[in-house]
Write a protein that binds this ligand. Structure first.
Ligand SMILES: O=c1[nH]cnc2c1ncn2[C@@H]1O[C@H](COP(=O)(O)OP(=O)(O)O)[C@@H](O)[C@H]1O
Ligand SMILES: [Ca+2]
Length: 462
């Protein structure tokens, strides 16, 4: 990537006081002020030169080691002045907790570049421990061990450690979510990494989309292909984020659907919205007719036209086990399922007219379901249209009329995706790119959020 991944804010301006009618008193004062002013100017100048020439990422990382061994990317610019620093981001998602350890390299007078990512994921998500907070710490500690192995010991205390939670914790009662976050904070504070008071939080949905977008600028080698839009289908929520070309899109968007952020000294005005409860696992529950956080009564079961006829099983979601059942054979599965899905989605999603003219990347469960249905390669990803999802949904539902197969939810999931994409405003002919990794970096909001966090530390410093 040629351009900077984030821009440093200029040094703060210093207000200069002047005295128009000098008296003896004011002369004394002004002498003191003059001396003070000179000292202030020198301090500001030194800070500015340090900022401008050193261009170091943040106070802790100025101690970063000079890199001489290097990895693939840092070899391109081997220099004794190359400083290396790290950032650790925990993604506490609704279905799992993941650690992203980002390694950055920075040449003097240049902005930092991402050179490597280490990624590890654990299941279930943090929200699964809502009633057993003590147990939630085990996974976090395990993932921290990965960070200790990855980050050189001398950089631990300069490496920021952050956890951001998404839909799983958003859907929990506030008090339960808070207890889980406090437990994580306790573990973080006992760790050897750089931890601030705001190190754990629940991220709002618009931010989630924004950080995903921000991160797309920062993957290595991404100068030529700035993606225009992104769709993320998580377990609890789904996000749509794009950079509108038409002014009308921003003007006619419902409130809360737009945001703006600064990057490359430029303000980006984004359309970004997150639908809580429309992530794939939450959608399954809604399609089945269940209610989030509410167990079924004695002898109750959820009967769905999207499950294979005659199928009977149990399904666990957010620590609740539901008895589930398919309907009796009758109407073709795809038709009955699509009626149910259409009702579930009715008036829940805002249709932004412009999306049909833009290019979109789609991630997470869009990717997983497409791979499971054999529509794309599991490793390499690929390109698909809304129509491809529909054809696959029809095919999978048809085969389920005969046998449930390996994944009895696949008919429901593919039908849901087909309808969700159309509700969001995409025509059947719309093509999407599906990628799990771009240049060996996980496509997730974690990278953008790490840049943003380190940038905010920089701003605090100056
Ligand atoms: O870092 C990542 N890279 C690629 N896919 C990810 C990453 N993190 C989560 N996912 C995908 O996100 C989906 C699960 O969503 P998640 O648990 O994050 O729910 P949420 O975003 O609604 O809280 C799965 O399809 C999983 O493969
Ligand atoms: Ca997620």
């Amino acid at each position: 990537m040629e351009g900077p991944c984030w821009m440093r804010s200029p040094p703060t301006l210093v207000t200069v006081y002047s005295f128009s009618e000098p008296s003896l008193f004011s002369m004394k004062i002004s002498k003191r002020f003059f001396a003070f002013g000179i000292l202030t100017c020198i301090a500001v100048y030194v800070a500015y030169v340090k900022w401008h020439l050193g261009s170091k990422p943040f106070v802790g990382a100025t101690e970063g080691v000079a890199e001489s061994r290097g990895d693939k990317l840092s070899h391109q610019a081997v220099s004794t002045d190359l400083s290396v620093f790290y950032g650790i981001m925990f993604d506490a998602g609704s279905t799992g907790t993941r650690i992203h350890i980002f390694k950055f390299a920075q040449q003097p007078r240049e902005t930092p570049r991402l050179t490597h990512e280490t990624f590890k994921a654990l299941k279930p998500g943090l929200s699964a421990y809502a009633d057993d907070v003590e147990k939630s710490g085990q996974g976090i500690k395990e993932l921290l061990e990965v960070a200790k192995k990855e980050v050189p010991m001398e950089l631990w205390k300069f490496t920021p450690l952050v956890l951001k939670a998404t839909a799983g914790l958003r859907l929990l009662p506030g008090e339960k979510a808070q207890k889980l976050l406090e437990k994580v904070k306790e573990i973080f504070q006992a760790s050897p990494f750089f931890v601030r008071d705001n190190c754990v939080s629940i991220m709002n949905g618009t931010d989630e989309g924004e950080q995903l977008y921000r991160g797309s600028f920062c993957t290595p080698g991404n100068s030529s292909r700035r993606s225009v839009g992104m769709l993320d289908l998580g377990g609890g929520s789904t996000q749509i984020t794009f950079l509108p070309r038409a002014k009308a899109t921003l003007q006619t968007s419902p409130s809360g659907h737009t945001t703006s952020f600064q990057m490359f000294n430029h303000t980006y005005k984004l359309y970004s919205y997150s639908y809580l409860g429309l992530g794939l696992m939450s959608a399954r529950l809604a399609i089945l007719g269940g209610v989030e956080g509410k167990p079924l009564g004695e002898g109750e079961e959820l009967i769905s036209p999207c499950l294979p006829p005659g199928f009977k099983s149990e399904w666990q979601h957010a620590e609740i086990v539901y008895k589930i059942k398919g309907q009796k054979a009758g109407e073709p599965l795809y038709e009955s399922c699509s009626n149910k899905v259409a009702k579930m989605l009715y008036k829940k999603v805002h249709r932004a007219g412009e999306v049909k003219d833009l290019d979109f990347y789609i991630f997470s469960y869009y990717y997983d379901c497409a791979a499971e249905a054999g529509l794309i390669d599991k490793e390499k990803g690929g390109s698909l249209t809304v129509g491809d999802f529909e054809i696959a949904a029809k095919y999978v539902c048809k085969t389920m009329e005969i046998s449930p197969g390996n994944n009895p939810f696949l008919c429901m999931d593919l039908t849901y995706i087909t309808f969700l994409l159309q509700e969001l405003g995409f025509p059947k002919s719309q093509g999407f790119k599906l990628a799990r990794k771009i240049d060996n970096v996980e496509t997730s909001w974690a990278l953008g959020a790490t840049f943003h966090y380190i940038d905010s530390l920089n701003r605090l410093q100056y």
